[in-house]
Design a protein around this ligand. Structure first.
Ligand SMILES: [Fe+2]
Length: 160
């Protein structure tokens, strides 16, 4: 942790909690994509790279969030059993969404949830905690891209 960092960023109420929630959200999303990558059925096999890359992306996000928490003198929740509740996503139950369409439609829900969360984090830190603010924007644009990519795949599934 950095003292000056905490002194400057300390003004933003709720930031630590929002970052902890973000970590749990990313780890929950990571496992979802990872699980889908292992067990997706039918046409989904053609998108294996997309699932594994999405899993890696979420893991990368979790790492960035954990790094920022550390700078602020806090730690992410260490118990995987608490991630579903802390993330606000609940248990994503990837085993119930193993067809390509259902996997992607379910994922759209949590990608949009992540977009809303990072938008809120950005609003909470803007003009106060610049480092967290930039992290929020970085993650927000990544999640927005994920949403677009998923929508694009779903649109291509339409047969006219
Ligand atoms: Fe993410």
């Amino acid at each position: 942790m950095g003292k000056k960092n905490i002194e400057i960023a300390g003004a933003s109420d709720g930031t630590i909690e929002m970052l902890k929630k973000a970590y749990s959200l990313e780890m929950t999303a990571f496992h979802y994509w990872h699980y889908i990558d292992q067990y997706v059925e039918g046409l989904g096999m053609l998108h294996s790279d997309f699932f594994s890359e999405s899993a890696n992306d979420e893991l990368g996000h979790a790492k960035k969030v954990a790094f920022r928490l550390d700078q602020l003198g806090a730690k992410a929740t260490d118990n995987p059993q608490n991630w579903a509740a802390e993330s606000g996503l609940g248990n994503l139950e990837p085993g119930k969404y193993l067809t390509l369409r259902s996997a992607l439609e379910h994922a759209l829900d949590f990608e949009r949830y992540a977009i809303a969360h990072y938008n809120e984090l950005a609003g909470n830190t803007q003009g106060k905690d610049h480092v967290t603010y930039h992290l929020a924007l970085d993650l927000l644009s990544d999640e927005a891209k994920d949403e677009q990519d998923i929508e694009d795949i779903l649109n291509r599934l339409e047969i006219s």
